[in-house]
Design a protein around this ligand. Structure first.
Ligand SMILES: C[S@@+](CC[C@H](N)C(=O)[O-])C[C@H]1O[C@@H](n2cnc3c(N)ncnc32)[C@H](O)[C@@H]1O
Length: 303
């Protein structure tokens, strides 16, 4: 199977659509409902991938009519994909999508969405843009990859006082794959997989969700709301919806990448375990649950 990260992010959309916490989302919508007409909401999304969250926010009518939205991601492949994919998405969803030198503009009667793309390491971006005073920070399926709490402190530096941070799909320590293949091996692989997140040299935390309560406080934010946003992927009558079989294969690819040659795993046993899990996907039997958490926070005014 061809493994493409942008295709994984496309396949992830329907899983994320179900997962995003609706209470936290409603609080974001309520907060943005009073945004002044005619004033552009300035949004920065970090680790934005191929732009599916912007498409979702437009699809769900969360954003006000005037928006300046910048997508930051370190992977050139994602940024290139985002430019083309978002332009196409806009055209198919009622916008006049114009590509310009500085990005993309979506227009529709009464609406103007100015989109910029920035291929950069988020730390370079934060250094360059600290104090810019964005109105809204979006970080989706991203913060659990970052060194904490220092990254969040710098990310809050991008916001104006009172600015909002919508921090979604932060992994929180539970992975479940059913049906069980081998209880002892399943448990060992889950434990080592979580440990690999904690040991990543670039940062990461397998219990990022629960730790964000403290990290948001430390970064100078107050929590408006929080709730679970678990991925729950399951077949209906032996079939996965949308591209979710591909999504599941990619999750197993993450397991393989993180744990191949792990000294505590027998290589042959692990290979058989992966083959067994892949067969469960082909047969439409695998159920995958990952516990995650969403937050809406507000940057406190300086005292
Ligand atoms: C799990 S993906 C999520 C992408 C997107 N938010 C989504 O859910 O579709 C994490 C993204 O963060 C980006 N990323 C990881 N570390 C980064 C860094 N230091 N600076 C900028 N982007 C980074 C990756 O390239 C990847 O696109």
């Amino acid at each position: 199977m061809e493994l493409s990260f942008p295709r994984y992010l496309l396949a992830k959309q329907s899983v994320d659509d179900r997962a995003l916490n609706r209470v936290v989302l409603a609080d974001l919508q309520n907060a943005l409902a009073t945004w002044p007409i005619g004033q552009a909401l300035r949004v920065v999304e970090v680790g934005a991938g191929i732009g599916t969250m912007l498409a979702r926010l437009l699809r769900w009518g969360v954003l006000p009519p005037q928006v300046e939205y910048i997508l930051v991601d370190e992977m050139q492949e994602n940024i290139d994909f985002a430019r083309n994919w978002l332009a196409e998405w806009g055209k198919q969803n009622g916008f006049d999508a114009q590509t310009g030198e500085d990005g993309l503009r979506f227009s529709a009667p009464g609406a103007n969405i100015q989109i910029r793309f920035c291929q950069a390491d988020v730390f370079d971006f934060m250094r360059a843009e600290a104090g810019f005073g964005y109105d809204l920070l979006v970080a989706h399926a991203f913060l659990d990859l970052m060194p904490m709490p220092e990254s969040l402190l710098s990310l809050f530096g991008l916001l104006k006082p009172d600015g909002l941070a919508w921090l979604t799909v932060n992994f929180d320590g539970v992975t479940s794959l059913e049906p069980v293949l081998n209880p002892a091996l399943d448990a060992l692989i889950e434990r080592l997989y979580h440990q690999s997140m904690d040991l990543r040299p670039s940062g990461g935390d397998s219990q990022s969700g629960r730790h964000l309560f403290g990290h948001i406080e430390q970064a100078g934010g107050e929590i408006v709301s929080a709730g679970a946003s678990d991925w729950v992927v399951y077949p209906a009558k032996g079939q996965y919806p949308a591209e979710e079989a591909y999504f599941l294969h990619f999750i197993l690819h993450f397991f393989e990448n993180s744990l191949e040659e792990h000294p505590q795993l027998d290589a042959g046993q692990f290979a058989n375990w992966l083959a067994g899990r892949r067969e469960q996907i082909r047969q439409g039997k695998l159920v995958y649950i990952a516990h995650q958490m969403d937050f809406l926070a507000r940057k406190k005014q300086p005292v």
